[in-house]
Design a binder for this molecule. Structure first.
Ligand SMILES: Nc1ncnc2c1ncn2[C@@H]1O[C@H](COP(=O)(O)OP(=O)(O)OP(=O)(O)O)[C@@H](O)[C@H]1O
Length: 263
């Protein structure tokens, strides 16, 4: 488990903390989604978990050991895909494996496995510029998965995609989550996306960033168990919760921190 305990972050150039006294647990195998107003500190939170940033106060740990930097058990996928345009799809997926010292045969086998998992088995030899935005994000996902991290950290990975591709990618992410059993931590600006994917939905308050609520949800689990996305997204409980969270984002109230459970 990854644990943030009473973390605060103040950037050297800033007078006020971006995150203050924030505590959050990320459980193995669960899909934690963070939503909050622009600038409330979501990426800062991800950077803490990834080990790119150290807290000014409080602690970030994995299995009780301090997070002191990036680690192979935490794979990161950014909004812009950061693929290497001079390498083909398979070489991009195998990139981390080469850094890990694996042989060319091992790299090829692993890359093929994760290309199949992300539905790109027919594109191993394709150039990056030949791919659509959704396919590029799937290559990024395959590259992060190939080094077999315990947790995937996704910073608004679907933000640049058109609406239809985005819905398809949401379904794809749930399938990958179900197949691999990885813990996922994801940032999104879409309330509907957050509700559909999350087992743990974290709402952040702004200035300074802190946890307003953590909800346990089961909509993504229902999709993983075979229910259709349309049926889930039109479920009255889904619709009313979407409106409730939108209202909380648009008109934040007092700083009550709550733990709630929804089906
Ligand atoms: N390296 C930095 N130095 C100084 N200030 C920073 C730095 N990185 C982020 N900030 C500031 O911290 C605040 C939170 O930024 P962050 O990117 O974490 O928020 P966010 O919720 O991810 O935003 P968005 O939803 O717009 O992507 C912003 O006001 C931002 O300007």
């Amino acid at each position: 488990m990854i644990r943030l305990q009473a973390v605060s972050v103040t950037y050297p150039s800033a007078a006020r903390p971006v995150l203050r006294d924030l505590s959050l647990d990320l459980h193995d195998g669960r899909f934690t989604v963070v939503i909050g107003a622009s600038g409330c500190g979501k990426t800062t939170l991800l950077n803490l978990i990834a080990g790119f940033l150290q807290p000014t106060a409080g602690s970030a740990s994995i299995d009780g050991l301090p997070i002191t930097g990036p680690g192979a058990e935490r794979g990161v996928v950014f909004q812009s895909d950061a693929l290497l345009p001079w390498q083909n799809v398979q070489e991009n997926v195998a990139f981390g494996l080469r850094l890990a010292g694996q042989s060319p045969q091992q790299r090829q086998a692993k890359a093929r496995e994760y290309l199949a998992l992300t539905g790109l088995q027919d594109y191993a030899d394709a150039a990056i510029w030949e791919l659509s935005g959704g396919m590029r994000q799937r290559v990024s996902l395959a590259r992060a998965l190939a080094v077999d991290p315990r947790f995937l950290l996704l910073d608004e990975p679907l933000g640049a995609l058109d609406a239809l591709t985005r819905e398809q990618m949401q379904e794809h992410l749930l399938q990958v989550w179900k197949t691999t059993g990885k813990g996922i931590f994801m940032i999104t600006h879409s309330v509907e996306e957050a509700l559909f994917l999350a087992t743990d939905l974290v709402l952040l308050r702004a200035r300074p960033g802190r946890v307003a609520s953590v909800r346990r949800l089961h909509f993504g689990e229902r999709f993983a168990a075979g229910e259709s996305a349309r049926s889930i997204k039109s479920d009255p409980r889904f619709v009313s919760l979407r409106e409730e969270i939108l209202e909380q984002l648009l008109h934040p109230q007092a700083d009550d921190v709550s733990e709630e459970a929804y089906s």
